[in-house]
Design a protein around this ligand. Structure first.
Ligand code: FEO
Ligand code: CA
Ligand code: CA
Length: 639
């Protein structure tokens, strides 16, 4: 989701110390002196602050960059093709229930519930037959009601709310490579939609907690639906992890939100207006319903009858997503972040080891409770290039009943408040993470934070070193000795920007093609780090972004920092969700919200005003879709 600078959530008013207060005074002086230097030397100082141990292995980029573009199309390097697949509104392929897409958006809520949702985001390929047949599993993060219904918000109704809810969530579709092209396989026994109404169970310490109970669910263990699902990942045991990110935008509170609601960004007015026809989203009538969102949700895509599970042990936050590394002794180490200004980065270390398949169970079934038991930590980045994972555990330090935490369930439901008290580092909006398992480095996009150092907001620190940070940076860390360690070293891979800008903080230090607002991160099998960009439509192609063109997909050699522009997207889209067939010869990427209006909600009278990708129908509208990228010679993407 492109969150524009003026409207996005910014809820952290905690007084936990800035990095300068917890770091070495000598280092503090270096940083302050550096701030007045030319951008290159200042940022060079920061990049050199880790221990000097080698990072990720070098990998060659074997294509010629494409130039920035403002065209309403997908552009890839010479010798490559990009073919749209599974757009919003296509039937997912449930036997006997495959309604056709209607270009005027007049499909009903019931039809939408078995069609691809709107606004494709996190995406993963699950092989059924190697690189010739598999499942595409993806998130549908949010909706644009101006495009979703023929009349937009006019005559707002229970049916429109139901269609909006049905357009959110997760989809599972089967695809096959046939006649030199990827095609949907329909019907498929795997085809599935999970929406804002699909029953989910709750696992971990907050399951059944008093703060999770509602009148419709007095046990606090069965939640209807998941939504605001942004990034996603595939676990080593074959399941799918989806974040619940901007859940605050779906609820309406009393005139004055409670302190707990305010800390999670809930407001009197709901952007999506579900509360007008569904009292679940009215917190006066259902005060605990918001506590049932903001979790990491685990789905077994290979079993279409399985129940999604909200894994509360991983904490509650505006979770972009979660990504799994494996410790030396075989436990799951799950990294996650929350994409809001001045919020935090987390990791969870499972109590138990990852179990193999066997005894009649798949690996997914053998690890059905793996993520319900373990320790959650929040990150503190110190200015000397080291950092510490702080346990988010009841009874530890300030996480006591006296401070409002009755038990571990309450600590997890109030993960932000707990992290405030622990003194975690307030970050510039952590989006996707990517793990280089071979070298042990974990990367995350800090997409931007225009409030950094502005007004009364927290100032710059070593990890978040630029004021009015509209460009974003990619930070990386390596846990000392093992992914499960409680200390780490860190540095910046790069600071995004355009060297042609006048303002020092907007120049960046990219070696290669300029970009801004990194969001998606994913390593391919060769070790190329792919970076999807998300400049909001109010900023795109203007001001300091004027020379960057439409949002784009970059390829980066993480050993050298070299960056090349691989793909440019249609007007006002965002690039997200990079995944590959196992042979590396097809890359799937999502084109999210082409044609999005700067107001984030389209005028239903002008659905084609900004884009008409991918159909270019004279009576249609822009649709999020996946593109399948191939080389004409059938070779490995990017090599
Ligand atoms: Fe949904 Fe943080 O992007
Ligand atoms: Ca984003
Ligand atoms: Ca994102």
């Amino acid at each position: 989701m492109a969150k524009d600078f003026e409207t996005m959530e910014d809820s952290n008013r905690s007084s936990n110390p800035s990095i300068h207060d917890v770091s070495d005074p000598a280092r503090r002086l270096v940083l302050r002196a550096g701030a007045g230097l030319a951008a290159g030397s200042f940022f060079g100082t920061l990049s050199g602050c880790a221990s000097g141990q080698p990072a990720t292995a070098s990998v060659a980029l074997g294509f010629t960059s494409v130039p920035p573009s403002t065209a309403d199309k997908v552009i890839v390097p010479g010798g490559y093709t990009a073919t749209p697949l599974v757009p919003w509104g296509e039937a997912v392929g449930i036997a006997g229930n495959m309604p056709a897409w209607k270009a005027d958006a007049s499909n009903s809520a019931a039809e939408q519930a078995v069609q691809m949702g709107q606004h494709h985001d996190g995406l993963h390929y699950y092989a059924l037959d190697g690189s010739s047949r598999g499942l595409l599993v993806m998130n549908h993060e949010y909706v644009d009601d101006g495009l979703l219904h023929p009349g937009g918000l006019a005559d707002w109704s229970a049916e429109k709310v139901a269609k909006s809810q049905a357009s959110h969530g997760i989809s599972v579709t089967e695809i096959g490579f046939k006649d030199r092209a990827w095609q949907m396989v329909r019907p498929s026994r795997y085809a599935r939609r999970i929406t804002a109404q699909t029953p989910c169970s709750v696992g971990g310490p907050a399951a059944g907690h008093a703060l999770m109970k509602t009148s419709a669910d007095p046990g606090g263990r069965r939640v209807l639906g998941t939504f605001a699902n942004c990034a996603s990942s595939k676990t080593p045991w074959g399941t799918y992890l989806a974040g619940e990110e901007n859940f605050q935008d779906y609820f309406a509170t009393a005139d004055t939100p409670t302190a707990h609601e305010r800390r999670f960004g809930l407001k009197k007015t709901s952007w999506y207006r579900w509360n007008e026809f569904d009292s679940r989203f009215d917190t006066v009538r259902n005060p605990n319903e918001p506590n049932r969102f903001g979790w990491i949700v685990e789905v077994d895509p290979m079993d279409p009858t399985s129940t999604p599970v909200k894994r509360t042990a991983l904490g509650r936050a505006a979770h972009e997503g979660a990504w799994v590394a494996v410790s030396k002794d075989g436990r799951a180490v799950v990294y996650s972040g929350e994409d809001s200004r001045f919020e935090y980065l987390y990791k969870f270390v499972s109590r138990d080891r990852i179990a193999p398949a066997g005894n009649g169970k798949t690996a997914a079934q053998a690890n059905a409770e793996l993520l319900d038991h373990g320790t959650l930590y929040v990150a503190r980045f110190d200015a000397d290039g080291t950092g510490r994972w702080l346990p988010v555990g009841h009874g530890q330090g300030p996480l006591t009943p006296a401070n409002g935490f009755a038990d571990q369930g309450e600590v997890l439901i109030k993960t932000r408040q707990a992290s405030d008290l622990l003194g975690a580092t307030k970050m510039d909006r952590p989006e996707w993470l990517a793990i280089d398992a071979r070298a042990g480095w974990v990367y995350t996009s800090l997409t931007n934070n225009s409030n950094r150092g502005v007004g009364g907001n927290p100032g710059v620190d070593a990890a978040n070193p630029r004021a009015n940070n509209v460009m974003g940076q990619i930070i990386r860390w390596r846990d000392r000795g093992d992914f499960s360690a409680d200390t780490f070293e860190w540095n910046h891979l790069l600071l995004a920007g355009d060297p042609a800008n006048e303002r020092a903080e907007a120049k960046g230090n990219i070696k290669g093609d300029a970009f801004a607002c990194p969001d998606t991160l994913a390593f391919d099998a060769r070790g190329v780090l792919w970076i999807g960009c998300d400049i909001g439509p109010t900023s795109l192609n203007k001001g300091e972004m004027a020379r960057l063109g439409n949002n784009q997909l970059m390829a980066c050699n993480p050993a050298t920092g070299e960056v090349r522009r691989f793909l440019t997207g249609p007007v006002n889209c965002e690039l997200t969700g990079a995944t590959w067939a196992p042979d590396g010869c097809t890359m799937f990427v999502n084109i999210q919200h082409p044609g999005e209006a700067p107001s984030e909600r389209s005028n239903p009278e002008e659905p084609r005003r900004f884009s008409n990708w991918p159909d270019f129908s004279p009576v249609g509208r822009p649709r999020s879709a996946t593109v399948a990228i191939r080389r004409l010679d059938g070779g490995v993407i990017g090599a």
